[in-house]
Ligand binder design. Structure first.
Ligand SMILES: [Zn+2]
Length: 74
């Protein structure tokens, strides 16, 4: 009968660890994907998603051509 107790304990441990890992994973994925951030094109003022923006020197542009245009103005 001792083996049944061991199995029961192992199963219980497994369930506790599994739910703990699941919780941790969920928290991590929330950190990994924050709400999509909007940025403004420095050249034309268009609002775009940060991940779609062209970034140069901590400034954002809606496209590579606006990045070039902004740099040429200086
Ligand atoms: Zn632009």
């Amino acid at each position: 009968m001792r083996i049944l107790i061991l199995i029961a304990i192992a199963l219980l441990l497994y369930l506790v660890i599994a739910s703990f890992l699941r919780k941790q994973k969920r928290q991590q994925s929330e950190l990994d994907s924050p709400a999509e951030k909007m940025v403004t094109c420095k050249h034309c003022g268009l609002h775009i998603l940060e991940e779609e923006a062209v970034q140069a020197a901590n400034k954002f542009y809606c496209s590579a051509s606006h990045l070039e245009a902004d740099q040429q103005e200086k």
